[in-house]
Design a binder for this molecule. Structure first.
Ligand code: F6P
Length: 475
């Protein structure tokens, strides 16, 4: 089994939004995500293929070409969406890997479906990768794919990147299938994590749950039957954004004007605070709203001179914990606005929508204080987008130390979002920060984000992968 594509990306989702129009015709538009931007040049120069799910249940699509990429849709039926995507990926692994903020559910039938679907992704990748090609598997939904693919295609180089945290062994150990997951990942030649702490947690899990040896950042998989000894490299590769694109967009007249217009539509507040998140319990939205509500109630800030815009984009709406979170957030916002709003002016402008990226960049430019208060986050690209969107060197970033971005963005006001008093102080400090201090901090933050963009992230990972030895057909 082999194909003709030298470079293959395997991700839960395809990098396009697929729609069926009124005539039943399938149309697609490229999704604006950072990953596809980063990989587009490699995909185009190396005749790349992307294996992923369309996002809809019961949709069987033939492979198609989009923006110079060969897209290979992997179908999921309704039961698989429930058990593999909503269930095992997002109600077992997601909470387990994010500090058990909500309780993970362990169901054997979800696990069985996760195994079956991972096998389908591995087979699809095996069918399109060229002899001795490279396959880059993405994220927690597909942790078994590296080993499954290695069995099918021992000749290919396999990379894996984990976009979310890898939990401490004391939490990971709860997973009934922990050894299978570690062995699944170890099918890769290179395993990348966001933070050094994630890589260290993984290496501890290897030592605790397998008998493979580790030395520094290297795992040795001993010889077994006809399988020769091999090494797996574990590394830290913090993901980023297309910084130059965001920066250039933020400098345009259109965005600058829209930012001014947004402020005026919001009643020209003295201080505009902003939160932008998927509506996810990992993001600390409740903690942030609580802190803001207390500042208003204690008259440390006044409405409408200070306003908070919270964009909470809909996410994983079929999963119970997400439904519960939505209710909790909306009750909190309703209470605060009911107590402190006035005709035509709210304390919190809460939006449960997604917006085009241009509108988000205008919001970033408009906001005096950006609140990124995740309880746990692999990286948090919103923090990096805010920084890239401030070529004017204005604005202040309040950033959770539990977001991966905190490792690089030390000039932000770092907070522990569980410490509501500490967060309130940081919000006040950000709101009253002198322009000179804003500029000083923002200059350093921007240097970091502009130098370490998503293109360099992909280049660094792929350079390590290309240095791994090429294999024969032995497993
Ligand atoms: O890494 C986390 C992630 O899977 C991102 O890749 C994605 O943008 C986000 O979570 C939302 O994921 P989904 O809507 O596919 O569940």
């Amino acid at each position: 089994m082999s194909g003709s594509h030298e470079f293959v990306v395997v991700a839960n989702r395809l990098p396009v939004d697929i729609r069926t129009d009124e005539a039943g015709e399938i149309t697609w538009t490229t999704s604006p995500g950072g990953l596809v931007t980063a990989l587009a040049p490699v995909m185009q120069s190396q005749d790349g293929a992307w294996v992923g799910w369309s996002g809809s249940a019961e949709q069987t699509l033939e492979p198609f070409e989009a923006d110079g990429m060969h897209l290979v849709p992997v179908p999921l039926n309704a039961k698989e969406v429930t058990e593999y995507y909503e269930g095992f990926s997002n109600a077992t692994l997601w909470p387990l890997y994010h500090d058990v903020i909500v309780e993970p559910e362990f169901h054997r039938y979800w696990w069985n479906t996760y195994v079956e679907v991972n096998q389908r992704f591995a087979e699809a990748a095996a069918g399109v990768a060229a002899q001795h090609g490279s396959v880059w598997v993405q994220d927690y939904q597909l942790q078994l794919v590296p080993e499954m693919l290695r069995r099918l295609r021992p000749d290919v180089r396999i990379g894996f990147f984990d976009h979310i945290p890898f939990p401490p062994v004391e939490l990971f150990g709860q997973l009934p299938w922990r050894q299978r997951v570690v062995e699944g990942l170890l099918g890769a030649d290179v395993i990348g994590f966001q933070r050094t702490g994630d890589a260290a947690n993984f290496l501890r899990a290897v030592r605790r749950f397998t008998d493979h040896g580790t030395r520094g950042q290297k795992v040795t998989i001993g010889q077994h039957w006809n399988r020769p000894e091999r090494h797996v490299r574990v590394g830290t590769f913090p993901i980023s954004i297309d910084s130059a694109k965001v920066d250039a967009l933020a400098r345009t007249e259109k965005i600058t004007q829209r930012a001014a217009q947004l402020r005026s539509e919001l009643g020209d507040p003295d201080v505009l605070m902003l939160g932008v998140d998927r509506l996810d319990y990992t993001k600390g939205i409740r903690h942030r709203i609580k802190a803001f509500g207390e500042l208003v109630a204690e008259k440390k800030v006044t409405v409408p001179r200070t306003a908070l815009v919270q964009v909470a984009s809909p996410s994983r709406e079929q999963v119970q914990q997400y439904k519960t979170l939505r209710q909790e957030v909306e009750v909190m916002v309703g209470n605060i606005n009911g107590d402190h709003g006035s005709w035509g002016r709210s304390a919190i402008y809460y939006m449960h929508h997604s917006y085009p990226f241009e509108e988000m960049v205008a919001l970033y430019r408009a906001a005096d204080v950006m609140l990124v208060t995740a309880l746990r986050d692999g990286m948090n690209l919103v923090a990096k987008e805010y920084v890239a969107a401030r070529p004017d060197l204005g604005g202040a970033l309040v950033l959770s130390e539990f977001a991966g971005a905190a490792d690089e963005l030390g000039q932000a006001l770092l907070v522990n979002p569980h410490d509501i008093e500490g967060m309130k102080s940081a919000m006040l400090k950000a709101a009253s920060m002198e322009p000179a201090e804003q500029r000083r901090r923002m200059r350093t933050l921007r240097k970091r984000v502009l130098e370490n963009d998503v293109q360099s992230w992909a280049e660094k990972f792929l350079a390590v992968l290309q240095h791994m030895p090429q294999r024969t057909s032995h497993v």
